[in-house]
Design a protein around this ligand. Structure first.
Ligand code: HXC
Length: 258
């Protein structure tokens, strides 16, 4: 697939995807989302990649779904075409960790895309919001579901109903983002975090991601049982033997993803 709306590169064992529709503040149209899904699945299948970073520009991670493209949609267009989420689901099939590095606006579908990632590193310039209500519509790619889980029901209601934006400091206080960095350090910080993850044992990384995601999809008792089984599974890996032996030998481990 030829990419026209994203830029894709590798940085050691990290796959980096930049959303790249600068004139439209990275508004997410169908073509961009097809390209993003394709690039992510390719990185997921590439055994030289251990972690993926998605970022936008200094001004915008993404200002939402493309309003012009959907302005004239009828209900039947949206329903029959399974509009929006059809090609947004790919990210959920990615088993390697995905970090969103967010500077500037992450609005509507842009905020939802960031929340689909495993964690968000924000520049101090980041602004998050679900302003769809101002357009006479509502979040359609998980915003009403992931936002309350991330920031509480009260803040999610406030943001989705008033359309107000949250700055980076509030987003960190509320738990939406894992860290804030100065805007000019954003990519370095995200790539360094991704490189740290990519140096771990990939199968164990995937078990951790799956287990944490279970926290959202099951009861506490089921989640704890799932985690226990995953924990037991790590003892079937060679990397666990290597990791613990390296600690005992007082040296760094060499993980072989086995
Ligand atoms: C299409 C967009 C866009 C969008 C910005 N642009 N956001 N085009 N879809 N979501 C375009 C503008 O039309 C403009 O194009 C250019 O990008 C620059 O935007 P400006 O508005 O001139 O910039 P600025 O004044 O700095 O304001 C920035 C902004 C504002 C606050 C982010 O652009 C804005 O409010 N955008 C819409 C945000 C939004 O409502 N998002 C939710 C979308 S609905 P021209 O050609 O004029 O230069 C949604 C539904 C999701 O996401 C449902 C499921 C996925």
């Amino acid at each position: 697939m030829q990419y026209e709306n994203i830029l894709v590169e590798t940085n050691g064992k990290v796959g980096l995807i930049r959303l790249n529709r600068p004139k439209a503040l990275n508004a997410l149209n169908d073509q961009l989302m097809d390209e993003l899904g394709d690039a992510m699945l390719k990185f997921d299948a590439d055994e030289n990649i251990g972690c993926i970073v998605i970022t936008g520009s200094e001004k915008a991670f993404a200002a939402g779904a493309d309003i012009g493209a959907m302005a004239n949609y009828t209900y039947m267009d949206a329903f029959k075409g399974d509009y929006i989420t059809r090609n947004w689901e790919q990210i959920r099939h990615v088993r390697k960790p995905v970090i969103a590095a967010v500077a500037g606006y992450a609005l509507g579908g842009g905020c939802e895309l960031a929340m689909m990632c495993d964690f968000i590193i924000a520049a101090d310039s980041a602004k998050f919001g679900q302003p769809e209500i101002k357009l006479g519509t509502m979040p359609g790619a998980g915003g009403t579901q992931r936002l309350p889980r991330a920031v509480s029901k009260s803040k999610a209601m406030d943001m989705c109903l008033t359309a107000r934006m949250m700055d980076a400091a509030e987003a960190e206080r509320a738990g939406l983002v894992s860290r804030i960095v100065p805007a000019d350090k954003l990519l370095d910080e995200a790539l360094a975090a991704a490189a740290t993850i990519a140096a771990m044992s990939l199968p164990v990384v995937m078990m951790v991601k799956e287990s944490i995601n279970r926290a959202y999809e099951s009861t506490l008792a089921e989640g704890v049982q799932y985690e226990r089984r995953m924990f037991h599974s790590t003892f079937a890996t060679e990397d666990q033997k290597e990791g613990m032996k390296a600690f005992v030998d007082k040296r760094l481990p060499i993980f072989r993803n086995l």
